[in-house]
Write a protein that binds this ligand. Structure first.
Ligand SMILES: Cc1ncc(COP(=O)(O)O)c(C=O)c1O
Length: 472
């Protein structure tokens, strides 16, 4: 080995945290992270509901990789499946078939038939954004139109196409003109109603406002003579993820779907974060009694192991005549490792009553954080949840004005790993979301126990006392 290679091996074999931080500063793009913490934190090990830092301190994780590891870190059944597939068929070009791809597509299609009464097919890909891209192609192919509706506060990913339908201009600003930028519609975020209404007597004013767009051609959305909209699909998250785990009123989506059906506009349901029982049902949209035309999924399908995402579409949108071979492609799209784990995860979801489990645990957790809100009304302005997708909105002493600074402080203190729980040193992993970056979006593992939920609430309580002593 030459001296240069020897020296390079010495550098890359370092385990010293200071040296690793220096290498990260020099060689890692900061483009894919926000460096929420300075310096960013290293973790060493993950098991169940805990991450462990390099000193062995446990951190209770209440975000589970933004809901990608729903079934717990190190889930034995899924990991064993991955290992078995590694030994059997670890690689295969996607032009050839392997059983798990077909079985998984059939499972999702059959499930959707039973849930929505619709025939359909599945197209796989690797990341959520890529599956969103595929869904955009299916929509554009079907309608010949490029314009979409999407929600304010919505998040659909960071590829260019997904960015065009994601509300934050911050994500588009440096990348030129987006001619296919979606028309962004206010989301039913009732705690901060965009129309300043009160849920009790609003009469779904927001849906009425949306419907008004089609009243006359002069509103710019609808050609009354042709009976055609300029827009082809509405991209929805039935519970907003990055937007802050906002739960809409039950009646909202049926009312919206009625308007869309009347105007010939497809509904694309983004289940990437809320799918696979996060919100207490296989698909979150099932909580709202509507049948979407297209569903996009990813994240938890493989519990965060080998990535796999996909799009299910109604048969008339995706059948081989409508969407022929070669309409889209990715080398890793239906990779054998991802499809094997995804199939096993679906088997697990069929065999286990996650609906009851997640809803029971979620109701208990929500009850605890509501008690915390009562205890600290000058810190927590709103709590809500569906299944195990829970939100804590951190506000100023008036209980309404968003308090981003305090949210950041609580997050950062949790990551220090120095909370004293009856003599035991611990940390708390939280995720911050919301329109004002003042919402803790809780997505705990489905394996979390009541004792671990109590522990999570105890850690939150300790953090509030530490970070806002003047407001307790
Ligand atoms: C609702 C939703 N859609 C799309 C995406 C993008 O998925 P990915 O990050 O895998 O590209 C995410 C990721 O957080 C998401 O939450």
């Amino acid at each position: 080995m030459n001296t240069d290679n020897k020296n390079l091996l010495k550098v890359i074999n370092t385990t010293d945290e200071g040296e690793l931080q220096a290498l990260e500063r020099q060689y890692c793009s900061f483009g894919d992270t926000v460096h929420y913490l300075e310096p960013p934190k290293f973790f060493d090990r993950a098991e169940g509901v805990y991450l462990y830092d390099r000193g062995g301190t446990p951190y209770l994780d209440l975000q589970m990789w933004y809901s990608a590891a729903n079934f717990g870190y190190g889930n034995q059944r899924l990991q064993q499946t991955l290992k078995n597939q590694l030994d059997k068929l670890p690689q295969l070009a996607c032009q050839y078939l392997h059983p798990e791809k077909v079985q998984l597509a059939a499972a999702i299609s059959r499930l959707n038939k039973s849930k929505f009464g619709l025939d359909g097919r599945v197209q796989f890909n690797v990341g959520g954004s890529q599956a969103v891209e595929d869904s955009l192609k299916i929509v554009r192919n079907h309608t010949g139109k490029t314009l979409m509706f999407a929600f304010m506060g919505g998040y659909h990913g960071r590829t260019l196409g997904a960015t065009a339908i994601t509300s934050s201009y911050r994500y588009r600003r440096r990348y030129g003109h987006f001619s296919d930028r979606a028309a962004f519609v206010p989301y039913p975020y009732c705690f901060r109603c965009p129309y300043d209404k009160k849920r009790e007597d609003c009469g779904l004013y927001c849906v009425k406002q949306f419907e008004k767009n089609f009243e006359t051609e002069y509103n710019s959305f609808w050609d009354a003579k042709a009976g055609e909209p300029e827009f082809s699909a509405f991209y929805v998250e039935s519970i907003q993820g990055t937007g802050g785990y906002v739960v809409p009123p039950k009646e909202y989506f049926p009312a919206l779907k009625k308007v869309l059906d009347e105007r010939g506009i497809l509904m694309v349901d983004d289940e990437i974060q809320m799918g696979f029982f996060r919100a207490g049902k296989f698909w979150a949209i099932e909580n709202f009694d509507v049948a979407p035309d297209i569903i996009v999924f990813g994240k938890a399908l493989t519990n965060g192991l080998n990535p796999l995402s996909g799009v299910w579409a109604r048969e008339d949108l995706i059948n081989p005549q409508a969407f022929p071979p070669g309409s889209t492609h990715s080398t890793f799209s239906s990779n054998t490792l991802g499809t094997a784990v995804g199939l096993e995860a679906v088997r697990m979801m069929l065999e286990t009553d996650y609906e009851t489990m997640v809803n029971e645990k979620g109701a208990y957790f929500l009850q605890q954080i509501r008690a915390l809100q009562k205890k600290y009304p000058k810190v927590i302005g709103d709590t809500d949840g569906m299944g195990l997708a829970l939100r804590i909105e951190v506000c100023q002493a008036d209980g309404y004005t968003p308090d981003r600074a305090l949210t950041d402080k609580i997050f950062a203190e949790g990551m220090k790993g120095d909370l004293d729980v009856r003599g035991r040193k611990m940390g708390l992993v939280l995720d911050v979301g919301g329109y004002f970056k003042n919402v803790f979006t809780l997505a705990p593992s489905f394996t979390i126990t009541r004792e671990e939920i109590d522990l999570g609430v105890e850690l939150l309580d300790l953090l509030i006392r530490r970070c806002a002593p003047d407001r307790i």
